[in-house]
Design a protein around this ligand. Structure first.
Ligand SMILES: [Zn+2]
Length: 72
């Protein structure tokens, strides 16, 4: 497997879609640093070997994660 930059930490993460009715709490999305409101369907990503670091993402933020231009 090709070596990945650290920024691609999430590339191998396991993702699960949380249905709107399952979203009973507000979460902070690491993609945009905004809240994911209750009742909003979103993605839970669990990095391999780092289950403690699982994060809830907006679906759009998760999908756009790889294509976003990095800040310099
Ligand atoms: Zn977001």
């Amino acid at each position: 497997m090709a070596k990945r930059p650290a920024v691609d930490f999430w590339a191998d993460a396991e993702t699960t879609f949380v249905q709107p009715y399952q979203a009973t709490k507000t979460y902070l999305c690491p993609g945009c640093n905004r809240d994911i409101e209750r009742g909003v369907g979103h993605i839970v990503a669990v990095p391999p070997d780092a289950v403690d670091l699982r994060r809830h993402w907006h679906r759009g933020c998760w999908n756009g994660r790889a294509t976003r231009t990095p800040r310099r």
